[in-house]
Write a protein of this length. Structure first.
Length: 337
């Protein structure tokens, strides 16, 4: 049994959930498999990272690149894809494992979130990660719960779509990611890249805006969404669905695909028809299905939906299936040059 055959609570899962090795088959990179060193303090992690940079420079790499993969642990194949791309594109690969209380609205969700550091470490090592920052709560937020007093706000972009359903969530994401970027910022001449999955498209858009607005000297690298062979977006939440629920959840992909095909052909984007497709699934309870500007998350106007897309857009959907909230998204190509 390999690490990715098991989900965060380490119980076996069926094929088709997008969480097994069969769903994300690949050959492990050469030299992978060593367990990465885990550091629990900022100082130890930064010292180890600086040492890796010095070693790379001494080996003849003039400007080493560091790939950072921020995570909350409980890793699965989607996280592995992030580390895999970071390994392919960088000289040094690091990750963080920290369950961030600032992005949880329900205290019970925070309390019950799986903490599986050793299993996570095995997954990270299999993909070639070298260093892990795994601080405890008080290392990350000294004085918690009375700290941090100063946080980062995601503004309007953090209050719409998923932000409307999870107030304060994206503020918490921005605050912790800003701290992690500072922790992983390597010494010169190295440069930092940070990896996020397209699965959390709104998070990716918010963090791109934070990087630009706060002048972080790094590159954000998106990693394509991972799907099961049937089209289901990979998520640990899939394991809470029955076989009938897994089948019903595929309606999200079908609705998004209908919009992508229309955009690709330069046809109008019929949101009402796509929403009706989801609502026709008896087990699915649609929250939203929207087409928005890729960078601002502002909904496209009726005029923009009726004409060939001048710019790349983003379709996002959130639906509850068997009491499980599922999200998915798809990039819609521009058809007007």
């Amino acid at each position: 049994m390999t690490p990715l055959d098991r989900v965060p609570d380490r119980t076996p899962v069926p094929a088709g959930t997008g969480l097994t090795l069969e769903d994300t088959a690949r050959q492990p990179p050469a030299g992978a498999g060593d367990l990465p060193a885990v550091h629990t303090t900022w100082a130890a992690f930064k010292a180890a990272l600086a040492d890796r940079v010095r070693t790379a420079v001494a080996a003849g790499v003039p400007e080493p690149t560091v790939g950072l993969v921020p995570t909350m642990g409980a890793l699965h194949g989607g996280h592995a894809a992030l580390v895999r791309q970071a390994r392919e594109e960088n000289d040094i690969v690091v990750a963080s494992v920290f369950v961030n209380p600032l992005q949880f609205g329900d205290p019970s969700d925070l309390e019950n979130y799986p903490r599986t550091l050793e299993a996570d470490r095995a997954i990270l090592g299999a993909e070639g990660c070298e260093l892990v920052l795994a601080p405890d709560l008080h290392q990350m937020y000294p004085g918690y719960p009375d700290a941090p007093m100063v946080t980062v706000t995601a503004g309007h972009m953090g209050k719409v779509l998923e932000g409307a359903a999870r107030p304060g969530h994206f503020d918490g994401v921005c605050t912790v990611v800003a701290k992690l970027w500072h922790a992983a910022m390597p010494p010169a001449p190295a440069r930092l890249r940070s990896y996020f999955g397209q699965k959390d498209a709104q998070q990716l858009a918010v963090l791109r805006r934070m990087r630009a607005d706060l002048d972080f000297d790094l590159e954000i690298r998106p990693v394509p969404l991972v799907r099961s062979p049937e089209g289901l977006a990979l998520s640990s939440r899939n394991t809470r669905l029955s076989p009938a629920g897994l089948e019903a959840a595929l309606v999200l992909h079908r609705a998004l695909e209908s919009l992508r095909r229309a955009a690709d052909a330069g046809r109008p984007l019929d949101l009402d028809a796509a929403r009706a497709l989801v609502r026709a699934e008896p087990l699915a309870d649609l929250d939203y299905l929207e087409v928005v500007d890729h960078s601002t998350l502002e909904p496209l106007s009726a005029e923009q939906l009726a004409a060939p897309l001048e710019h790349e857009a983003l379709a996002l959907v959130a639906t509850t299936v068997e009491s499980v909230r599922l999200i998915d998204n798809m990039i819609l190509p521009a058809t007007r040059q």
